[in-house]
Design a protein around this ligand. Structure first.
Ligand SMILES: [Zn+2]
Ligand SMILES: [Zn+2]
Length: 366
């Protein structure tokens, strides 16, 4: 059946990725093998490719990324092999069980250890070893034609008729949904989402379902702002061209927005949020920053008594995201903007890094 070789993009070091013929993995106790249909490129994958110190270390602590590894954590596929003992899989009351050959599945990015304090509390997304697909030698990801789902992995069945463009958005949109849950949006809220890339758009469509009083998207790119409007925001503002602060103050009788969700990864967006948020507002931080952010912390306490919420990964959000994407309640039209073959990985990474004009770049396989 699936014995033999597969194409795989193997990470050896920063800018040192090699397209190789690798052995197709085999399933052991609690494991499954899937034939991968495609895999999205995440900002994290790109930062790893470019040599980001989060992944390769800064000389003081050991690197997070263990090589050689096959990258990618935004993938789906069909089960081609099931190892013994799969019925004993830990699901944290959220993932599926009872798998069969041929099932189409998505997998969470993190493979939780199951024994640390957070895993025991059910907050498996904060798992201490924090093993994410594509960054560990034993946890190869979706930049290959086949992938092994380890016994710790959280796996979800997805409908056969779900278009691949939607299926590849499950993982990023689940992270967006987690951010929206953290924001605790209410119907009288003025909600500002800063950044309308793939994740920001996922947040906009998830937030729009909750019908806040006013949902506002911010981005510097006009194409993304248009998409944000299509996805249900009431206003789409380019802060480089318009006076954001006076618009928000006018909308809110001079108080400021109730919720500010930071999803740009740019330090200026943090300061902007602290400026336009009202007292006792909810500030939600989602981004990975390339450098430390400097701002006046007294705004958080003495100035405004803010509630600060961090967001990591997609805790418990896969099922609702899969349902929302399938039903169309979560809008996704055109978010997957570029498809590449694995052979063209350099062009794919380059396109993904452009940001402007590209929303989500994916690899697809036969
Ligand atoms: Zn991702
Ligand atoms: Zn754990």
């Amino acid at each position: 059946m699936h014995q033999g070789k597969m194409k795989a993009l193997v990470t050896y070091g920063p800018h040192d990725y090699r397209l190789e013929e690798a052995d197709i993995p085999r399933a052991e106790e609690g494991e499954m093998i899937i034939k991968v249909e495609g895999c999205g490129i995440c900002a994290g994958d790109l930062k790893a490719f470019k040599g980001g110190s989060v992944f390769w270390g800064d000389g003081t602590k050991p690197p997070y990324l263990e090589v050689p590894a096959i990258g990618g954590h935004e993938f789906v596929g069909h089960i081609v092999e099931i190892g013994p003992g799969i019925e004993k899989k830990e699901t944290y009351g959220i993932a599926d069980s009872g798998f069969q050959i041929g099932d189409r599945v998505a997998v969470e990015q993190i493979a939780p250890c199951g024994i640390c304090r957070y895993c025991k509390e059910g907050r498996y997304h904060l798992c201490v070893p924090h093993n994410v697909y594509g960054f560990k030698n034993y946890l190869n990801g979706g930049f290959a034609q086949y992938a092994k789902l380890t016994k710790e992995s959280l796996v979800y069945k997805i409908p056969e008729e779900m278009p691949l463009e939607k299926a590849l958005l499950i993982e990023p949109y689940a992270c967006s949904m987690h951010a929206i849950r953290r924001a605790k949006i209410e119907k009288d809220d003025i909600v500002v989402i800063s950044g309308a890339g793939c994740l920001g758009l996922g947040m906009i469509t998830a937030a729009a379902r909750q019908k806040p009083k006013c949902l506002i998207a911010l981005d510097l790119n006009e194409g993304r702002l248009q998409k944000a409007k299509d996805f249900g925001c009431d206003m789409a503002i380019n802060p480089a061209k318009e006076d954001l602060e006076s618009i928000i103050m006018e909308l809110s009788d001079g108080y400021g927005c109730d919720v500010y969700i930071e999803a740009t990864g740019h330090p200026a967006s943090v300061k902007q949020g602290l400026d336009i948020i009202r007292k006792a507002g909810r500030f939600v931080e989602f981004s990975l920053f390339l450098e430390p952010v400097t701002c006046d912390w007294s705004v958080i306490g003495d100035g405004k008594e803010l509630d600060m919420y961090g967001v990591s990964l997609s805790h418990g959000c896969f099922p609702e995201t899969i349902r929302g994407l399938c039903s169309g309640e979560l809008k996704s039209e055109g978010v997957v903007s570029h498809k590449f073959a694995l052979e063209d990985y350099e062009a794919a990474f380059e396109q993904s890094g452009k940001g402007v004009g590209s929303v989500k770049v994916v690899f697809t396989y036969d």
